[in-house]
Write a protein that binds this ligand. Sequence first.
Ligand code: PLP
Length: 344
Amino acid sequence: MENKQELDWSSLGFGYHPTHYNVRCYWRDGAWGELEVSDSEMITIPMAATSLHYGQEAFEGLKAFRGRDGKVRVFRPEENAARLQSTCRGILMPELPTERFLEAIDRVLELNKDFIPPYESGASLYIRPLLIGLGKQVGIAPANEYLFLVFVTPVGAYFKTGFRPSPMAIMRGYDRAAPLGTGTYKVGGNYAASLKSGVLAHELGYSAVIYLDAKEKLYIDECGPANFFGIRENTYITPKSSSILPSVTNKSLMQLAQDMGLKVEQRPVHVDELATFEEAGACGTAAVISPILRVDDLDEHKQYIISKDGNPGPISTALYERLRAIQYGDYPDEHGWVRLYESL
Ligand SMILES: *Cc1c(COP(=O)(O)O)cnc(C)c1O
C-alpha cells in the first residue's frame, strides 16, 4: 500500500488508486450488521451470487474536497444515500438507512484522510459506495444476503488544461435504458448497455454519446453518464424523462441557476432544440460541468454548433465556478449541502 508521500497529486487522473482501508456492512437474516473495516481490496463472494448473474448491483459516486481552510467537505451525501435507497427499491435489494450510509462515509474518510488531496491540487477524493447481492440463486429471484461497501480513491482535477468544451454525438443505433426500465437507477447494467456506444464515440473523437429517448428518439435523455442541460434566453433547461438518472449535480445546478436569477425548466427537450441553445453541457460529479462544443447527429448528418468561439459560455462558467466554490468552501453553503469535517 502506498503512502501519500509517494503520491503526485498533479498527475492523478480518474483512475483507481489503492488506499489504506474500505468499510463493509453485510445484510443477513433480514438485517444490516455493524460496519466492518477491511484493509483488503479483494472481496470473496459465492459464484452463484445474484450480483454476478442477474445484475443485483448498485453503486454511488460522490467526492470529498479539502478546502483552503484545511477542512474537508463532502457534497450532499444524504442525496446519494436517498438515491441508493431508490435504486434498492428498483432492483429489490434491502435499503441501507441514511444514517448507516453517512457513518460509512465518515469512517472511510477518517481511515483514509492521508489520501484527501490538498486544496491547491484541484484534486479530490472520490467515494464509491457499492451494494451487491451475495446470496446464491440460480433461479431468478432476489438474493437473501447483501454486501454494502465503500472505498475511496484520489482523483485528479477533471479539467487539467482548464474548463473546455468538447464535441458529443447522437447515435440512434444504441440505447442505454428503456422508458420503464432501470434508467432512473444507478445500476451497473445501464453502464454495460452504454459501453459499446461510448467506446465507439471515443474512437470517433467525441467525449460522450447523447442518448435520445429509446421509444421515439425525439427527446434528449442523457450525455453518457451525465445529465444534459441547455441554456437559452436566461433559462436553464434540462430533460424530464422516465429513463434518466436523477443527478445530484443537476439538481444542485437547477437551484444555483434559480439563485442566479435564471428560469429553470425541467421538461422533455426535443432534439431540434439543440439548434437553439446558446450554451449546453453535461453535468455530474466527475466534472461538475462538461461544456458541449457541438453535437454531431451521425444518423441525420446534422451538426449543431453550440459554442461558436470554442469557449464555455458565461452561464455555464458561472454555474461551474459557484458549485466548485461551494464544494471547496470558498462560497457560503447557503443551502446546507456540505457535510463538514473540522479535523480530518
Ligand atoms: C451518476 C450518474 C449521473 C450523475 O449524477 P451525479 O449525482 O450528478 O454524479 C448522471 N447520469 C448517470 C447515468 C449516472 O449514472
